[in-house]
Design a protein around this ligand. Structure first.
Ligand code: KE4
Length: 463
């Protein structure tokens, strides 16, 4: 018999399933408020969905628990606008949680995917497109000499952690409280995104033995990082951090913070991993590592690099990456990794995004939106704290500053929910949680920004 680990199975987490078929919080109903968005078809679909899909969704954040009420169902998208099952047209600032930086149904991506599909969807054999996408990533992202393509951000972070442990021979991982790195067992500890939204920052189901290998410290706190290395330094394989925290709202690194992480990791023989699944090609074209000039040992990527199809990636120096199979002993694999459709979509997206002036123009549009929202909030006397890094931003209902998880989670989530539904009723879709990001795309135009600000002017008067 193999070694039996004394694993204590975490308490079973049974929440009552509350299939609450109504179109939103705060007693919203068409009867009491005829101006609210009609969600009749979506509500019917949500009721159906709950019969076969857990919570009616395939990813918890889509259930709108962060703002109460039920999600709408989407029928289609084009450019910056999505159309839901009831025919409501919504200006989209979630963009599938970041990937759609060119907007929905981009013609260039569609052509590329159709052409790839006409030659076959998957081979499980090397294809040239994988080389071209890898070359594009290496060309743009500072820390990359070699990459491995996978199918999601979670796969990328899970694999990067394993590589760091295999490379250093150490077990412990340091993560930042409130950062989210996908649903990797060892990283679902004090995590952001849906875990914070749902109030379960550390997920049940993670054996104590695994959770014990994860150490957490607050964001933007060099002293806390120093302390954890003082206590455990020789056993720490890596620090994984979202260099721009995007899963507790959007929180930039304080000046010098990323440099302090790099210095301590170098000094202690641990690897610094930038999880740029969200900030990659969003904080800057080359990610946060380009914007802040700090080159990590490894980085993970996803979202934008797939152009809306499932692609994740991780990479770093050839010296570290060559510890991966089949060259080295650290194993990682994937049936559909680098598949022709996803690589075609990703390459088309990155080719378009890396054209001169495209990224800067998207960033400028987000600045215009944020500036307008700030003026409106001040005129309404509503305290907000705004952040923006490149093409991602956040409007905290908080009088600021917001520099870490504790401060982020002190935001007025009730007021955020009112803002969310008020904007939705006026045809504007922001993230259904205070602890997510607002994204801009190439497809948004002045008319969409002006419509958004007109709606915000009305909504702030009701908050
Ligand atoms: P995926 O496995 O969902 O492709 O990527 C996980 C991940 C890793 N790292 C960062 C920094 C991430 O933001 C994510 C995923 N982000 C969430 C939204 N904040 C995805 C939305 C969802 O969970 O459905």
């Amino acid at each position: 018999m193999g070694i039996v680990f004394p694993v204590k199975v975490a308490a079973c987490y049974n929440s009552p399933i509350n299939v609450n078929i109504q179109p939103g919080p705060l007693g919203r109903s068409k009867e009491s408020n005829p101006d609210i968005m009609n969600m009749e078809t979506s509500n019917g679909l949500f009721e159906e969905a709950n019969k076969t899909l857990v919570g009616g969704v395939n990813s918890p954040v889509r259930a709108f628990n962060g703002v109460g009420g039920n999600p709408f169902f989407v029928r289609s998208g084009k450019g910056p606008v999505i159309t839901d099952a009831d025919g409501n047209e919504l200006i989209d600032y979630v963009l599938s949680w970041g990937p759609l930086i060119l907007g929905h149904a981009d013609a260039g991506i569609e052509t590329a995917v159709r052409e790839a599909l006409s030659r076959g969807a998957s081979f499980g054999i090397p294809t040239e497109a994988e080389i071209r996408l890898a070359e594009k990533l290496v060309e743009i992202v500072p820390c990359l000499e070699k990459v491995r393509l996978v199918n999601s951000g979670t796969e990328a972070t899970m694999s990067a952690i394993r590589l760091a442990r295999g490379y250093t021979g150490r077990d412990l991982v340091v993560k930042i409280e409130g950062c989210y790195h996908g649903h990797v067992d060892s990283l679902l500890v004090k995590a952001g995104s849906g875990l914070t939204t749902l109030g379960v920052p550390t997920s049940p189901g993670i054996p104590e033995g695994i959770a014990a290998t994860t150490l957490t410290v607050p964001f933007n706190d060099p002293a806390a990082m120093e302390a954890v290395f003082k206590a455990h330094g020789e056993n720490i394989a890596c620090v994984i951090v979202e260099p721009v925290a995007g899963n507790m709202g959007v929180i930039p690194p304080e000046p010098g913070y990323l440099a302090s992480l790099q210095k301590i990791c170098k000094g202690q023989g641990a690897l610094l991993i930038f999880d740029e699944v969200m900030s990659g090609f969003r904080a800057a074209l080359g990610g946060a590592q380009e914007r802040y000039g700090i080159t990590p040992d490894l980085c993970t990527l996803g979202k934008v690099i797939g152009g809306g199809l499932p692609v994740g990636a991780y990479g770093g120096s050839a010296e570290i990456m060559d510890h991966l199979s089949p060259v080295g002993p650290v194993y990682q694999a994937g049936t559909l990794s680098g598949n022709p459709l996803a690589t075609a979509a990703g390459l088309a997206a990155l080719d378009a995004l890396s054209q001169p002036g495209v990224f800067a123009n998207i960033e400028a549009k987000l600045t215009e939106l944020g500036t307008g929202l700030g003026v409106i909030a001040r005129e309404a006397g509503i305290p907000v704290y705004q952040t923006q890094v490149g093409t991602m931003a956040c409007l905290f209902f908080h009088d600021g500053p917001v520099r870490n998880y504790a401060e982020a989670t002190a935001s007025d989530t009730e007021r955020y929910a009112k803002f969310f539904w008020g904007m939705l009723d006026r045809g504007v879709y922001f993230a259904p949680s205070q602890f997510e990001a607002c994204f801009m795309s190439r497809a948004h135009e002045e008319t969409h920004i002006n419509k958004t600000l007109d709606a915000a002017r009305e909504v702030f008067a009701t908050l």
